[in-house]
Design a binder for this molecule. Structure first.
Ligand code: PLP
Length: 467
């Protein structure tokens, strides 16, 4: 493909994407393909001669779109939102067009400096503690691909700090212990495994009836581990758990953790973005005591995946854990301390210009639009809760302060399971199943860019008609 073809086909592709997004509502939310169906429709071996781009685009319609779960569908109530605004899609395109590698400042100064600025803009927009700002004495932030990477980076920084760096050389992590509730995201256990700490060294701290960590149980577990000669080093406070959107009380947990030199990580991947709305800034409670924090604009802010904001108040520990300096990456700018090399803030070396999609989104009003959208979603969730409570066959089974409602049928788990299956089989909406303290629940997650209260009411009507 040459530049002329790129101009022509690129414009066609933009139209194609806009058409898809404008008409996605008319499609079933889920695909009806069976495993292997997509591949079976494509040639088993690569073409030996060039095909016209139009043929590729035609296969997008013929094979790819029918094989999708439509995350941008307004009746997508499953998992968590992954909404994408037009401006952020253009940001992705610009990033691809520039094709720069931003692993260090010299490899593309603008890539680094815009990213640092965006992280500081987000401190303003979310009302985050000043200790996370890049201009603070010891903190700063970086864009990671996902919250899972942020969690792993946090664990590695904590591991480095608790050993004054000696773990990097010795690798002995057998005495380290980490803490989270059973409601914490699976990436916590995965991160601990990758970091060589392991599942056995993760303590599952008891939660209360709201599915939030019990500080007394945390303190007891830490005391028991200390008495056994172990080293408590890291605790995850989830602010908005995946299963039910529970909020661990960071303000009560952090003092216990810090008394014993532990690292406090706050995982607000889904819910932290709510802080764009000033009246919802309670999601940040206790954050001024966190050593690290993450939230995902790629979930609820209209920034297309991948865009996770990872902040730390102790960048020396993060850099201690992750910086390695081979000769070919040395630069005067970095050695003088005047420039940030983000490769030292993440697991991979290479990195894309992800900040562009955030910059495009914020500058074109995306943050203001997101506040509006978030408020509508929160209001629709409360409306939904009222509707559910008015039908005595149903029960709301967890607190619902933001945009997730967990509900169940009083008739029992089998009935709830069957309802979820039948509702999803209609293709009219998509819900996710979870289990809360042994009880099956339907998660009704409200977060699509184009999801309105009408869509929520329709989704509820579907559930009522099938119950
Ligand atoms: C979604 C989510 C994650 C994982 O996010 P990724 O960016 O997909 O890795 C982690 N924690 C919480 C609380 C989440 O909601």
């Amino acid at each position: 493909m040459n530049a002329d073809e790129f101009r022509q086909q690129g414009k066609a592709l933009i139209d194609w994407v806009a058409d898809y997004l404008e008409t996605v509502e008319s499609r079933p939310v889920t695909s009806s393909v069976q495993p292997g169906d997509v591949r079976a429709q494509l040639p088993e071996h690569p073409p030996t001669e060039a095909e016209p781009f139009a043929a590729v685009l035609a296969d997008m319609d013929r094979v790819i779109v029918p094989g999708l779960t439509h995350w941008q569908h307004p009746n997508f109530f499953a998992f968590f939102p992954g909404n994408s605004s037009y401006a952020s899609i253009l940001g992705e395109l610009a990033s691809a067009g520039l094709g720069v590698q931003g692993m260090s400042w010299v490899t593309s100064p603008a890539c680094t400096e815009v990213e640092t600025l965006m992280m500081d803009w987000m401190v303003d927009l979310l009302g985050l503690p000043e200790r996370f700002r890049s201009t603070s004495e010891r903190g700063g932030g970086v864009i990671h691909g996902s919250a899972s990477e942020a969690t792993l980076a946090s664990i590695l920084a904590a591991r480095w700090r608790v050993s004054n760096g000696s773990i990097n050389r010795l690798g002995d992590t057998t005495h380290l212990v980490a803490y989270a509730t059973s409601q914490a995201h699976s990436s916590i256990e995965k991160g601990l495994r990758i970091a060589g700490i392991g599942t056995e060294q993760l303590r599952i701290v008891a939660h209360d009836e709201q599915f939030a960590m019990r500080p007394d149980a945390f303190a007891e577990q830490v005391a028991a581990d200390l008495a056994a000669g172990l080293t408590p080093f890291w605790v995850c406070c989830s602010r908005g758990t995946t299963s039910s959107m529970a909020f661990d009380p960071t303000a009560a947990i952090a003092p216990i953790a810090h008394e014993h030199g532990m690292w406090v990580h706050v995982d607000a991947a889904m819910s932290g973005i709510a802080a764009l709305a000033p009246e919802l800034r309670w999601v940040n409670d206790g954050l001024d005591q966190a050593d690290s924090y993450c939230t995902n604009p790629h979930k609820w802010m209209g920034v297309v995946f991948d865009c996770d904001l990872f902040y730390t108040a102790d960048r020396a520990a993060l850099l201690g854990a992750l910086s390695i300096l081979p000769e070919y990456l040395r630069s005067k700018a970095a050695e003088s301390g005047a420039a940030i090399d983000y490769r030292d803030w993440q697991i991979p070396l290479g990195r894309r210009f992800r900040a562009l999609k955030l910059w495009f989104t914020i500058r074109t009003g995306g943050a203001i639009d997101a506040v509006d959208m978030i408020r509508h979603h929160v209001a629709a969730t409360q409306t939904l809760a009222d509707l559910v409570r008015a039908d005595e066959r149903f029960e709301v089974v967890a607190p619902h302060p933001l945009n997730l409602l967990c509900l169940a049928l009083r008739a029992g788990d089998q009935a709830t399971d069957s309802l979820i299956e039948r509702a999803n089989a209609t293709g009219q909406a998509l819900f996710t199943r979870t289990v809360l303290d042994g009880r099956v629940a339907l998660r009704f997650s409200i977060g699509g860019r184009t999801t309105t209260e009408e869509h929520v009411r329709d989704g509820w009507a579907l559930l009522e008609s099938l119950a």
